[in-house]
Each structure stands twice: as structure tokens, then as C-alpha cells.
Design a binder for this molecule. Sequence first.
Ligand SMILES: Cc1ncc(C[n+]2csc(CCOP(=O)(O)OP(=O)(O)O)c2C)c(N)n1
Ligand SMILES: [Mg+2]
Length: 677
Amino acid sequence: MIPPASEREMANALRALPMDAVQAANSGHPGMPMGMAEIAVALWHRNLSHNPGNPAWPNRDRFVLSNGHGSMLLYSLLHLTGYDLPMAELKRFRQLGSKTPGHPEYGRAPGVETTTGPLGQGISNAVGMAIAERLLAAEFNRPEGGPGFEIVNHYTYAFLGDGCMMEGVSHESCALAGTLGLGKLIAVYDDNGISIDSDKGSIKQWYTDDVRRRFESYGWQVIANVDGHDVEAVDRALRKARRERERPTLICAKTIIAKGAPTKANTGSAHGAPLGEKEVAATREAIGWKYPPFEIPDGVREGWNARDRGKRAERRWQRVFSAYEKANPELAKEFLRRVTGDLPSSFSGLVDSLIKDANLKAETIATRKASQNALEALVPALPELVGGSADLTGSNLTMVKASKVIGKEGAGNYLFYGAREFGMGAVMNGIALHGGFTPYGGTFLAFSDYARNSLRMAAIMGLRSIFVFTHDSIGLGEDGPTHQAIEHAASLRLIPNLEVWRPCDTVETAIAWAAAIQRTNGPTALLLTRQNVPFVKRDETMIAGIRNGGYILSEANGTPRAILIATGSEISLALEAQNQLQSQGMPVRVVSMPSTSVFDRQPDDHRKSVLLPGLPRVAVEAGVTDYWRKYVGAVDDPRGAVVGIDRFGESAPASDLFKHFGFTPENVVKAVRSVVK
Ligand SMILES: Cc1ncc(C[n+]2csc(CCOP(=O)(O)OP(=O)(O)O)c2C)c(N)n1
Ligand SMILES: [Mg+2]
């Protein structure tokens, strides 16, 4: 048997693989992996509980590389500890179709827990994961059956650098983590005094935060001044962090970027460029690494290999789970349902009755209220729903009778995120990534911009995060242009894999909620009104049509001369215009299109049967006109028009604003007449 190598050599493997892979790709970031090598040994070799043979083991520790530019550190660790990530993939670092893209991408390589690279979001995902762990533990553990009955009990670890620390979103999420007392969240800060512009100047010119006091003020335990190149010291800090139950821990580790590189260590140039053949050779010499690129000596492999240890760890858990299952068969079944993300069998019946109820009640209410009504039924039936709002609970109407606020003590299903939209989005994504929960969170549609990159990340990763955006147009009235969404619906529709719904009444809102919850491969944004919108009676065909994203809401009384397409609060306007046109002898069809992306995916013949190619079309939406051009034709096409708003709004009562900006039946009639020859 080959004796395992020393931890010094194990750390050096984490220098060699990244510097060689970056060199081979002729692009990438060698400095961070080389600087965090000893920290990685302390965590991954001495502390992390995981099973490389089963990256889906529900009780594994979560690891987030928030400074995702150091991706080669993660790929090296996954490869060396025994995940299914062969050396061939490391050799193809940053190449088309490899499992080792420039930044870690969720779903690409086993063991990558989240996509990172946009700084600050990884650590925020980690906060979400730690919240999810705590909620799941509170719900499923049965410690009274013995300590063995803790089927959820793991840590969430994150590495982060100066960049993550500077990003506002880390302030938002870490403050929340402190307030919630997430004792099993442990972050290691790569305090190397270098960020990208260190190439041109000193980090002191743009970053002088007292990180220790910052995190202490959030309520974290801070272990400061740890030598990041001393495995023992980092290990001690990690063990201390694990003993702490009440507070998240930040370990501030002093490191040298690209440590081991004779001339490039501690320089900005080591951050994001290959060291160069000469420096790579000199580094080999300096650290005593005698092996050619991508060759790992057996002893180092042996030292890193965590497959057996991982298998044993999961087997121990499996034994506990089996006993738990015997004692609590129903709970165990529910646990497995939750971590796989399946819906309960009662779900479709529940949705059917929701829709039936809405249709019977025929209420004229705001769609935000319709959303709350839907949640009143959904939340008690779906314990996986974890709601919240960025300090607008009473406006977003995201809270329901069955909501229980999550505090320092574990259980609950509703988070007061505070006025932290971006933090909320990134934390929601972390909750979704952990498994066991489907997060939904609200703010005003105009403030979706604050959260925007977290929506994009949810879409890239295909996460079931549900964003509730209320006050979706000038219809919110007096708060004025800063609060009135204009370009938001259109711009959210541009994000690939984000499903956007702008329902027009109670029935469409219920169906939008059902679609969002049923989606397994991506996020949904629900755009909802502040103001009341009239109910529209529906038959079965129409209800089926809603699920297609666009359908005939009101057929022309006679051969249609034009198609009116509208969404949300502008549906009533389209229907009134249809009436007036009808009485003027011009029958038109009204199409409701609550979700353009869902509609666009329908078979060609469905879309044609709804939009009747060849007929003139007019779109009506209280937002920018550009987006609708793809349905009504180019600006110079005389057969198409859009009634919309291409400037910022005004502060005034909503009804005045709709008139002021031309959202009147008369104006819609005029637009239709202008395109019908
Ligand atoms: C949101 C966002 N802004 C900017 C960047 C570009 N960027 C990548 S790393 C980095 C900062 C590097 O500093 P640090 O995190 O300390 O990494 P180190 O150089 O120490 O490895 C920046 C600005 C990014 N990835 N994400
Ligand atoms: Mg740095």
C-alpha cells in the first residue's frame, strides 16, 4: 500500500493542477487556488462531510466557492477526492462542452452546489442553504427518538474573497444571516489584499472595510487573523466554528495570492492570467513539485481520496434514516418527497378547486390579492413553500394565515428579508439549491432591477424560485415614476428560462401560481397589480387556454377584422374597446397573453389559431411598446400598433394616469381603426 502524502504535498497538488490547467487553457485564475490551498486542505481533508460517490446525499455538508473565479480549486478538489470528474476534464478546463467551465456551473460537474462567478451571490446562496438546513432539521428531526434521529444535520461552508466582501449583496445576506443566528454557516475569507485593480494600484485605495467589526456588528462570530497557510491554525478555527451553535462564523484567513510563485505571488497579475511557462517552471522548483502537468503521484491521490470515508459517512446516515423510517414511516416518506422536489399527489386536485372557486366567486380584486387568495390554499397544503418579502409584506400580500415567521429558533415558513431585494433573490436561490423547499419572495416590480442578477442566476441554474412582483405598472398611482414599472415586464421577458406571468384576474393568477410551482426546471416571475381588475367569466376551453400562455378570451362577434392582444390590467381595456368596435360594426378578437414565453413554446398551429396570421393586430400593455413588436409587426408595418408607454410615469391617482397616458377604450379603438383598412 502506498502511504498517503503529507498535507504539504496535498496542498501543492492544489497549486499544480490549477496553474497547469490555467496555463493549458491560456486563460483563468491561478492566484486564488494557490493562495487558498492550505485552507482547502483544512476544510476538505479534515472537516468536510461528503460522499464523492453520491453528490446527492441529502445530509452532505454544502460547500460554496463564492469567489468562483478560483474554479480550478474546486475542480481539483472534486477530482482528487473522488467525484466523477476525470483528469481529462481538468485538461479541458474552459473548453467548449467540458465539465470544467471558467466558473463553476451548477449541474455541469458533480459536487458543484451552485453557479458562482458573479461576486457576492455565492455567499448569499450559502446563507439560503443554511436557512434551508435549519428549517428542514426543525421540521424532520426527532431528537426525542435519540440523537440518532437527526436526519438533517450538516454544515454549510463558503469561501469568499475581497470581491465578494465588497459587493453589496454580501452585506445584505450576511446581515440577515447574523440576525437569524445561522450557527451552522461557516465562511472563510481569503484576505489576500488583492483584487483585480491591484494590478494598477493598492486595494487600500478602494477597500478599507474593517471586516471583523463589520461581521461582529451583524452578530457573527469572527475568528480573525488566522494564518491561511497554516493547516493546523485553519483547522482549529474550523473546529471552533463548528462548536458555535448560535452565530454564523467568519474565519478571516490571511493569505498570499499565488503563494509559491517566485515572482508573481502577492501581485495583482496572479489574479486572472496564466503565470506563464517560465513562472510555472519556477513555481514547480520553488514548491518542490517534481511531476509533469496533470500528473498526480499515488501518495497524493491516496491522501486526497475520500471515497471510502464518504461511503461510510453516508452509510452511517442511512442506518439512522432506516431506523427513523421504521419509527416515522409517514415523515420519512414526506422527507424523501421533499428532497426530490416532487409535488404531493393532492396538488392537481387542489389547483382544480382553486380555479373552480375563483371562477365561481367572480371577484373583482387586485391580482396581488388574487395571489394571496391562491397562497391561502397553497401554503397549508405545501409545506415546502417558504415565503417572504423584502420589507413589503403588506403590499406584496405574500403572507397568509398559515405563514409562520422564521426567527432565531428554527421552524417557520416565512422570512422577513428586510429591504434587501438582491439579498432576498440570492438567498431564495440558496434555499432552492439546498432542496426540500420552494422559495417565493416579493417586492415591487420596479425594484426587480435590484434583484435582477439573482433572477438571471436562477434562470441559468434552472431553479424553482418564484418571484412575486406587485405594483406592476403606472396603475400603482401616487408613488410616482420611481415606483412605476415601465420597462420591467419587457426586460424580464428577455431573460432566457425565466417564465414571466402577468395575469389579468383571479383565475389567471391561480393558474400562474400553479404553473410556477409545477415548474421543475426554472424560475417564475409573477407580475401583479396593486389596483383592482375586473373578473372575466371563463369556460373550460379558456381555462385550458390560459395554461398555453395565450388564448382567445373573447371571440369577435362575426368575422374578426383585427386581433387585440393584452395582458394583466389592460385586459379590461381591450374588452371595452372590443365592445365599442363591435357596436361600430367592426368585430375584433381579444387575446389574453399572460405569459409570452409559454405561448411562444406552443405548437405553430395553436399560435396561428389564436393570432390568425394576416389580420392586423394591436397590443395593449402599460409598459414599453418595443417588446410587442414581435407580435404586431415592425414599426413600419401599417397593420400593427401598440398602445403602451415609452416614458417614465407620473405621480397621480391611477385612473388619472391611465387617461393621461392614453390607456382609454377610445384610444384603443383609434389604434385598431388605424390598422384596419
Ligand atoms: C459582480 C461581479 N463584478 C465583477 C466581477 C469581476 N471580478 C472577478 S474577481 C474580482 C475581484 C477579485 O478580487 P478577490 O475576490 O479578492 O479575488 P482574488 O484576486 O483575491 O482571487 C472581480 C472584480 C465579477 N466576477 N462579478
Ligand atoms: Mg483578494
